[in-house]
Design a protein around this ligand. Sequence first.
Ligand code: PAF
Length: 286
Amino acid sequence: MSGTLPPVVRTVASLRAEVAAWRREGLRVGLVPTMGALHHGHLSLVNAIAEKADRIVVSIFVNPTQFGPTEDLDKYPRQEEADRKALSTTPASLVFAPTVAEMYPNGFASTVSVKGISDAFEGALRPGHFDGVATVVSKLLLQCLPDVAIFGEKDFQQLAVIRRFVADLDMPVEIMGGTLIREPDGLAASSRNAYLDPAKRTIAGRFNVILKQLVQAVEAGAPLRDAEKRAADALMAAGFEAVDYVSVVDPASLELLDTHDRAARVLAVARLGGVRLLDNMAIAAP
Ligand code: PAF
């Protein structure tokens, strides 16, 4: 932890020059892709990757191609100086903060698209979202060529999609999953939590409690569809405005499970105050 602000580069050429210099010294390089508005969940990713990398690049890029036409691209928080200050408490070596024109120059025409694992849940509700994520993460990995990159488990489907295309496209990088970080009341840390007013923020704290109850019920033998429905009803009773899904899935393929016959994961999204809150939890094998 240096306490000094990490330097910023804005072009692929300058990122590559920095990384090449580290390579000449035989150092291992880690990449933490973010869209900025860093919170302690992001900082935990920087600290976790430090175990596997000598130098750490944190990218800050609000990627327009992963936002739908009615989503919050314009209001998504942008606070680069505050982000650099937050990173000064971590082992981050460099910030890569490209412009949209640097990432998507005129004539840009390619998309990385991952079938199957992208189709349900977030993929079904946010058409094109995972194409945007897979394309920008592919670019970031190829621009930086890190030994290791880390993504938070809060976006569990995103992590599964990234693992899929990195394996399919033979990208020579290790993908680490970073443990989901929670606020003191258990709400999953997210840049979008800042959109919640105090009353909604209090309700949001019920989300993880209700999911924990679902996990306990499933582990005690409750039928999966009953447990999912009870959790969705409890969320609505707690004051959430809508439940997009509460689903118990296979943790690797993300296929909906009919019975609790293996270790599983509950994936859930509920809406509150116009914000979509994502959460997920592990369910132990029977
Ligand atoms: O999880 C995020 O913040 C983004 O989806 C990512 C991986 C940085 C790609 O823009």
